[in-house]
Design a protein. Structure first.
Length: 403
């Protein structure tokens, strides 16, 4: 099989996912087209060489429906021969887009793809498309469905993470993100977003709260306690699945959970022949990719079995990985990952994560892989692993090697 390489990676800044967020005025299609054009222009790319644009997007309704990927291609300056494919693996959609593209190249189905994603959470609210696992009574009962926040609290309870533990982790995420911005660690990949007049509307992640203190977080009420303990009583549903849990400790809130934001990201992936043809130099090789299904109730533990699976596939151990990006959907997700593999925090999310920066669902996977690659280049590390938990109980992972 052929090898697949990353040639470039870019992303927008993350805008607050509210009506007063800086990206709110821009549609999902427009932001996606802007990102595609930026990737084209930065690499002087002949877009007729691109086989497909594979675009992750979670809430595929309204302006994000109707094969958003193809719509973005048509709005961009790309050749009309470039196809488009929209995919949804919930929070891992952006990473799965990359994995699909890489595996197509490895199998000989084209020499160049663009993969990434978008989510405009201020314009298309999370959950507005409906989800069978949440609304179909038969499926919800069979799978012991609880919302993700309850699932995160179950992880904290099952693996003994206190409110102080998750809040302390969240503060560190804020500090690391602020430090990375102050030292321009994101500068290589960030593309300032401009309006139709060419005026910059956002050039920096705007969800960060670097001055947050542990006292500030301690003052916040647990976000999921009411729905867990009272109406509709999801704690009782969880305890049907996990009867050994006498009480669920509700520790998560807005300050130690991922932020709701707008954003988009794209990665140029190609074969070795594509690099020779275009004169572009590969930045990293995609070593392996994997996905897995996991317990749908606790839901968010997928990064652990998928990491075990991908390491086995790549014939590697956890100690072979220099740096990890584990999406900060909730603080307990990353704490459990580090606990399971006995990985020190100095190797995980070294520039902060979604708690500080935000989680634009369909774009996050490609964003964190780009962050991982930038950091590997900055620190001259050989191997990196990116992984995300996924709604309904799944996990996805990718290992890359610096070229």
């Amino acid at each position: 099989m052929a090898d697949a390489y990353i040639y470039d990676t870019i992303r927008s800044p993350r805008g607050k996912g509210r009506a007063d967020g800086s990206l709110h005025e821009m549609s999902s299609v427009k932001l996606s087209a802007n990102i595609l054009n930026a990737l084209k222009n930065r690499n002087d790319l002949d877009t007729s060489l691109i086989e497909d644009v594979i675009w992750g997007n979670v809430t595929q309704i309204g302006e994000q429906g109707g094969c958003l990927a193809r719509s973005a291609v048509l709005l961009s300056d790309y050749d009309e021969t470039v196809a488009g494919l929209s995919i949804n693996r919930f929070c891992a959609s952006g990473l799965e887009a990359i994995n699909l593209a890489a595996n197509q190249i490895k199998a000989g189905a084209g020499n160049a793809y663009i993969a990434g994603g978008v989510e405009m959470m201020s314009r298309v609210p999370m959950g507005s498309d409906g989800a069978a696992i949440a609304v179909d009574p038969e499926l919800a009962m069979k799978s012991y469905f609880v919302p993700q926040g309850i699932a995160a609290d179950i992880i904290a309870t099952e693996y003994s993470f206190s409110r102080k533990d998750v809040d302390t982790y969240a503060i560190e995420s804020q500090k690391r993100a602020a430090m990375a911005w102050s030292k321009n660690y994101f500068q290589k990949s960030i593309i300032p977003i401009v309006d139709s007049s060419g005026l910059s509307i956002l050039d920096k992640d705007e969800h960060m709260r670097p001055n947050t203190t542990i006292t500030d977080l301690a003052a916040l009420n647990a976000s999921f306690q009411e729905m867990g303990e009272n109406m509709p009583g999801f704690d009782n549903v969880a305890k049907l699945k996990y009867p050994h849990l006498e009480k669920i400790n509700h520790v998560h809130h807005a300050g130690n959970s991922s932020g709701i934001v707008d954003g988009s990201s794209a990665i140029l992936i190609g074969s070795k022949e594509f690099g020779v043809q275009t004169g572009l130099r590969p930045r990293a090789r995609i070593v392996a990719s994997e996905k897995i299904g996991s317990d749908p109730t606790i839901m968010l533990t997928g990064p652990i079995p998928v990491t075990e699976k991908i390491l086995k596939k790549a014939n590697m151990s956890i100690d072979d990985i220099d740096i990890f990006e584990v999406n900060e959907a909730f603080a307990a997700v990353v704490l459990r990952f580090m606990q399971a593999f006995n990985v020190e925090h100095s190797r995980v999310n070294v520039n902060g994560g979604a708690i500080a920066l935000g989680h634009p669902l369909g774009a996050t996977g490609s964003m964190i892989l780009g962050t991982l690659l930038d950091e590997m280049e900055r620190t001259d590390k050989q191997f990196g692993l990116a992984t995300l938990c996924v709604a309904s109980g799944m996990g996805a992972a990718t290992i890359i090697e610096l070229s």
